[in-house]
Design a protein around this ligand. Sequence first.
Ligand code: NAD
Length: 291
Amino acid sequence: MGIKQVGIVGAGQMGNGIAHVFAVAGYEVLMTDVSSEALSSAMALIDRNLDRQVSRKIISAEDRAAAFARIKTTKTLADLGQTDLVIEAATEREMVKQAIFQDLLPHLKPTTILTSNTSSISITRLASRTDRPEKFMGFHFMNPVPIMQLVELIRGIATDQETFTTCLEVVERLGKTAATAEDFPGFIVNRILMPMINEAIYTLYEGVGSVKSIDTSLKLGANHPMGPLELADFIGLDTCLAIMNVLHEGLADTKYRPCPLLTKYVEAGWLGRKSKRGFYDYRGEHPVPTR
Ligand code: NAD
């Protein structure tokens, strides 16, 4: 099936990056959000990120202008009804996502493929509440979308082969690399990454190392580009906690229990970079460890 027009629901951190890469690859993009502010800041951010790609000679000035012109925004979810592929990238709450699909379904073409960028919610369960579980998949981008190469493609139990093949072709046209994951909690990346981050927090909690020594150990001792605590702050500690809870509940194994120190940081509202404080304090010129 040929995909020409792509609808994106949610213009946050992920939605703007997804719109960016689709437009650069030549797709017509229609992005929606409940917040007009989110839509205008997403467009401003895409503008700046495209400029950066031109200055780094990743794209030409003409391609940049054409890509930006391919992105349209709307506050009306129903406008996405005529698109060929919808990627839902709204807030990570199942009720929010289900309400979006329910409102969108009556307006969709029968052929439209529905996908979700969820990091942790069951694709099979989201699909089962729609009229097209066979045309429903997980389309999981990594943050920041224009830079990260991987897209996890997650099949629900009912996803058909044509839908999967179409999404795989889309990933290739985006110039990214797909990894296929079955629909179990955390899929592949978060199933492996989050327990490592959680273990780093336990290492801090038990006093085995300081923030600095833990991050230095993994950067210089395992060649990771970022330390696990620095990475946790980048992802958002609330997101890390939510994913650990999904792994803990969904896999019913105590090895996934979230570290109490992670819970305490989230309770304090110290969510990492986005709130200017997490395992590091970002309010000054340089990040300073908070423990
Ligand atoms: P975000 O909070 O930055 O953005 C979410 C956006 O959704 C907001 O602009 C909000 O206004 C909008 N929204 C909320 N309800 C809506 C509705 N009913 N209709 C339309 N828009 C609505 O969140 P994010 O980090 O961009 O995450 C979005 C999705 O991507 C989540 O499912 C998350 O799990 C997933 N994800 C996030 C990351 C990450 O590192 N942040 C990585 C991979 C996947």
